[in-house]
Ligand binder design. Structure first.
Ligand code: PLP
Length: 379
């Protein structure tokens, strides 16, 4: 069994989530049915909805379950379009679930730049919103993720939300990587929409949610039986929803500090190696994420070498098709093409131990020392 250090890709299912899912499967029933088994399934869904609402500081009726973070992001953007947005501002570091949904909307897309530390440039945003032409560009729409999946850099959500609210715009937050790793207060974020995904928090894959502020327009994309109070048709993924809530409830109070200490120890070992550059180290970051470039050592080769050595990590920008392409996030932070192409991401989580990070750092440092002379000679 390899040591799993790729929790930002997906975090292994927590035991509490698996148990909640097993109970939900045993309950059977369609939550829309009025008979006993149907009511039992409905109770599972509504209990989970209330639990998510408590966790993210919002109202249960403002939680719309979806098939995951991608669908939630798409739903927010489609709803903004239907509400009169004609031009979308998205940050330079958004996940493809926002970036592609924005370009598929057919609307103009503008990029909100980030600083060298990977933090959204709010001075740019403020000036851009001041000059907004509402007649030509409709309702301003801004998407800024809560924390980046590659670097872990946390974004100034509340300040951005204030700017968007002052401009009477719509504000969307992809909180997929934040949820379960650090507290995410939806009400405090001033966002109209927030996308969530269960599997990044130790819940099952294929389930997520869109949180809605009470003044957020929503236009359904899935038409059918009118589930989710008409906002997203399709029989609810009852077991997935139960597992989602159970995973969030299972996050232990000391988990963040424990994981942060492991990440910091790992970082201090690796950053002392010649040729290593850590990304976003000067900014607030998720406690579990470490993104680094290793001079001359291609990311995909590192991933393969570490896999052979028994460690699962990812290239800075592993994408869903398994292909590795240059990291747009790091390029937006000013990385050279070589730095972006040699970036890996190590992301810890609830399964991670001191032994995992010690063994990984030893193996990685040993391998880099072994290949480095050849890399240097090849230049
Ligand atoms: N948003 C971010 C920031 C992500 O990291 C991911 C998954 O990698 C997604 C959205 C997509 O979520 P899902 O896999 O649930 O569709």
């Amino acid at each position: 069994m390899s040591v799993y250090l790729d929790h930002n890709a997906t975090s292994p299912l927590r035991a509490q989530a698996r148990e909640a899912m097993a109970r939900a499967y045993d309950a059977g029933g369609n939550p829309s049915s009025v008979h006993g088994p149907g009511r039992a399934a409905r109770a599972i869904v509504e209990t989970a909805r209330a639990s998510l609402a408590r966790h993210f500081v919002t109202r249960a009726e403002d939680v719309v379950f979806t098939s995951g973070g991608t669908e939630a992001n798409n739903l927010a953007i489609a709803s903004a379009r239907a509400a009169g947005a004609k031009r979308l501002i998205i940050s330079a570091i958004e996940h493809d679930a926002v970036r592609d949904a924005a370009s598929a909307s057919g609307l103009q897309v503008e990029i909100l730049p980030v600083t060298a530390e990977g933090v959204a440039d709010l001075i740019w945003l403020e000036q851009r919103l001041e000059g907004w032409d509402r007649d030509a560009d409709g309702v301003p729409f801004v998407a800024l993720m809560a924390a980046n999946n590659e670097t872990g850099v946390i974004q100034p959500i509340e300040a951005a939300g204030r700017l968007v609210r002052e401009a009477e715009g719509l504000f969307h937050v992809d909180a997929v990587q934040m949820a379960g790793k650090l507290a995410f207060d939806f009400a405090g974020s001033l966002a109209h929409y927030a996308a969530l995904s269960a599997h990044k928090a130790g819940g099952p894959q294929g389930v997520g949610a869109l949180l809605l502020a009470c003044d957020a327009p929503l236009t359904r994309q899935m038409h059918g039986g009118g589930q989710e109070t008409g906002r997203r048709s399709g029989t609810e993924n009852v077991a997935g929803i139960a597992g989602f809530a159970a995973a969030l409830e299972a996050v232990e109070a000391d988990e963040v500090a424990r994981i942060a200490a492991l990440r910091d120890a790992l970082q201090s070992k690796l950053e002392s190696v010649e040729g290593v550059r850590i990304w976003g180290a000067g900014a607030d970051r998720l406690p579990n994420t470490l993104c680094l470039s290793a001079d001359g050592w291609a990311a995909e080769i590192q991933v393969i070498a570490m896999d052979l050595a028994g460690f699962a990590i990812s290239a800075g920008s592993a994408c869903s098709s398994g292909k590795v392409r240059k990291s747009r996030v790091l390029e937006a932070m000013g990385a050279s093409a070589d730095e972006a192409a040699s970036a890996i991401r190590i992301s810890l989580g609830w399964t991670s131990t001191q032994d995992d990070v010690d063994r990984f750092s030893d193996a990685w440092i040993r391998e880099y020392a072994r290949v480095r002379p050849r890399l240097a000679a090849a230049v």
